[in-house]
Write a protein that binds this ligand. Structure first.
Ligand code: ZN
Length: 123
């Protein structure tokens, strides 16, 4: 009886946590972000930007992500190259790259089946 009660409490705790995460994901869908949630550029600077999206036209088109299977580290290299071409300062590039892993596309997802954090696989 005692142990089944503990089991029940654990189950409820897990459920509450799960609901919180689902809610925050739901909120994310509702929120319009000012920056592309893949590369971090301001969407207002993107003239081909689809207003319904949270991703810029360099990262996302009607078929999905343009570099669908790219790893985060490869993606960061790509952005760095682009910013260098555009003449950004080294310090500014660094601070931009630091923010990319926190964007929606790259944030760690919680896998409920394995109850473990699934990290973007490096290639
Ligand atoms: Zn982008």
């Amino acid at each position: 009886m005692f142990f089944s009660l503990i089991g029940l409490i654990q189950f409820i705790k897990k459920q509450v946590f799960k609901d919180k995460i689902l809610y925050s994901e739901y909120i994310n869908l509702k929120v319009k972000h000012p920056k592309c949630q893949s590369c971090g550029m301001y969407l207002i600077d993107d003239d081909k930007f689809d207003k319904e999206s949270n991703y810029c036209s360099n990262c996302y088109n009607t078929e999905g992500f343009i570099d669908k299977d790219i790893s985060l580290s490869k993606f960061l290299e790509k952005i760095e190259e682009q910013l260098l071409l555009k003449g950004f300062k080294e310090s500014e590039i660094k601070s931009r790259l630091k923010k990319v892993p926190n964007l929606m596309r790259w944030r760690k997802k919680f896998d409920w089946e394995k109850t473990t954090f699934q990290i973007n696989q490096e290639k």
